[in-house]
Design a protein around this ligand. Structure first.
Ligand SMILES: *Cc1c(COP(=O)(O)O)cnc(C)c1O
Length: 298
């Protein structure tokens, strides 16, 4: 791996309720890889970085919004790999740059702004042709790493998961991370994705594209709390409780919704006795800075 995985830990979550139900619950702390860069994003980039280096290309070129965890992960990963990075950002340049974009710039990313209309066309052949011509020596990474290469990188996460784990859970954005888990998991391990987007309808097509195959998995799509980056007092309460009781910090966009969904599924009896559940802490904690002061106790 190009990045440091030594700090990854597996934290056990235990309480009387879980003990009574005979359910093991642990959290794979990928967030500990880096304070700003989401752990899963670095895994998704692994084979893109390797390809760019093998082909002695200049670097990676990718896309994202002004708050994109993927964009900053790309900037960071390229910096430590000794590669250049180019980011195409959705929308006009703001008077005050986001923390995310400032971090991208700090890591040496060359930023280009696209109007929203242009950005929507970023997957069109014409547009990509133009970009390829202008940035001949850069490997293009789709937004969010949504590509089989990204999923193959995410599959490496399963190397850090205990062999006797029965269920592996992750938050779902583009579903690339979950596709990786599906490919890397043992045949008897069930994969559960908790969608953070409202109305995730094309999940089977996405998984087919990312893995090249049809697969079974479980989708929990009732825990988006109103949609992407939406929150409620109930979610915030849950985050504070989780921290107070188990010393586990989560982010309100991804990991809190995933943990909420898993706790709820446990309570509703989804998991059989003696289940051994591993939840991925994919990171994203820096996104909590957008919450009003004193919302969280951590
Ligand atoms: C991007 C992200 C996800 C979602 O990953 P996908 O591979 O897009 O499904 C989950 N958690 C965090 C913290 C992220 O930044």
């Amino acid at each position: 791996m190009l990045f440091d995985t030594v700090n990854i830990s597996i934290d056990t979550i235990a309480n009387d309720y879980l003990i009574k139900k005979k359910i093991g619950l642990s959290v794979l702390r990928l967030d500990k890889i880096h304070p700003i860069v989401s752990g899963n994003k670095l895994f998704k980039l692994h084979y893109f970085l390797e390809e760019a280096m093998t082909l002695t290309m200049q670097g990676l070129l990718t896309f994202g919004g002004a708050y994109s965890n993927h964009l900053v992960a790309t900037a960071f990963a390229c910096k430590i790999a000794g590669l250049k990075s180019v980011g195409f950002v959705r929308g006009e340049k703001a008077a005050k740059l986001s923390t995310t974009l400032n971090a991208c710039i700090k890591y040496g990313m060359q930023i280009n702004y696209l109007s929203r209309a242009e950005y929507d066309k970023k997957e069109n052949t014409d547009f990509l042709e133009k970009i390829r011509y202008k940035f001949k020596d850069f490997l293009i990474v789709p937004e969010g790493g949504f590509h089989p290469t990204g999923a193959n990188g995410a599959a490496l996460i399963t190397n850090f998961i205990d062999a006797n784990c029965s269920h592996i859970c992750t938050a779902l954005g583009t579903a690339t991370t979950m596709a990786g888990l599906i490919m890397g998991a043992k045949y008897n391990q069930e994969i559960i994705g908790v969608s953070v987007l409202k109305g995730m309808t094309d999940i089977n097509e996405k998984i087919n594209y990312l893995t090249g195959n049809h697969h079974t998995f479980k989708l929990l799509d009732d825990y988006h709390f109103g949609g992407y980056a939406k929150k409620t007092p109930e979610l915030i309460n849950f985050m504070n409780q989780l921290y107070q009781q188990h010393n586990l910090p989560t982010d309100f966009v991804y990991t809190a919704k995933m943990m909420f969904g898993i706790f709820d599924a446990i309570e509703k009896g989804y998991f059989p006795t003696d289940s051994n559940i591993t939840c991925l802490h994919t990171g994203g904690l820096q996104g909590n800075v957008s919450l009003p002061l004193n919302t969280l106790i951590f």
